[in-house]
Design a protein around this ligand. Sequence first.
Ligand SMILES: *Cc1c(COP(=O)(O)O)cnc(C)c1O
Length: 382
Amino acid sequence: MSITDPRSIRISSNLLPADGRFGCGPSKVRPEQMEALAAAGPALMGTSHRQAPVKNLVGSVRSGLTDLFGLPDDWEIVLGNGGSTVFWDVATFGLVESHSQHLVFGEFSSKFAEAVAAAPHLGDPTVIKTDPGTHPTATAQAGVDTYAFTHNETSTGVMMPLIRPVGSDDALVVVDATSAAGGLLWNPAEVDVYYFAPQKSFASDGGLWFAACSPRALERIEKISASKRWIPASLDLKIALDNSKANQTYNTPALATLVMLDAQVKWMNEIGGLSACNARSAQSSSILYSWAESRDWATPFVSNPAQRSQVVGTIDIAAVADGGVDANDVCAALRANGVVDTDSYRKLGRNQIRVGMFPAIDPEDVQALTACIDVAVEALRG
Ligand SMILES: *Cc1c(COP(=O)(O)O)cnc(C)c1O
């Protein structure tokens, strides 16, 4: 219990960031995306997803993502309803043939492994696990047809390089890029499926999943589809693929999400593509981590600097007994001043703040956030 009510702490307005949203998903939506939504107006909102205006929008998102990721012509952007969580089930039905290997290093990376483990039509997955704050490394394994990686573990703020395991032959490399996609760099030659949802680095809303699929992945989709496996239609990747090629979805998508996503992808390509987006996140993260290292009551949670995420920063705060403060009080003080969603991932259970540093977030705002945290901590220490 701190003596000061954190909500009574006032941070002077000249220190506040221009935009106070630092959540890791949903994340800051740029005002220009909201304007795009208003501009889309009656020409698009409330109209059929089977007609040209919405199909053109889906087509624009698909080609914009292809440009952003620099994908070869024989890749496909596939989309469907349900977000990344649903994509784990989609992959369990439509990508894994019999045996998968999963790198597990936090809450999100554990979920796909759990979905595979529960599937009666698949063998027990191999799980390679390390402690939160680090990441494991994959090794080629006989009989494994799918390697499951997580580009950025959003619950811990660890990023991992995407490298196809040597000797993995025809196996697929399937990457959960939910928070990474659009903010971190990757090489399509090392990956077969790069899937994500639009509410993190793409600054849009949740509810859809997207998967960039290599020719090898497309072959796998066709092969499993031709087999006798029972697949619910709403989770059928082949049905999603066929609809996506026609710039459609199997069932009705959220149009506003697509409009805001399209506006963001256009902006990302305009400012210089993925490398420019990554540069913004890299700048934000170097501001955050060097600030934390310069404070005796703050430490980057991820000890290996190479594994510290450029898009999701996790900073441990010293315990009250060690001259620190309760991170929940810091978050409450920030929230009372309009700076929101800096809370750590609840199940991680650390005295920590977590900061979204997606491309939409201005590095100067991350700088301002550090000044605001300094004020809050000083006030709380009394
Ligand atoms: C947020 C997140 C998910 C879940 O995404 P939903 O769209 O909410 O299902 C999965 N994986 C990672 C790495 C995430 O950050």
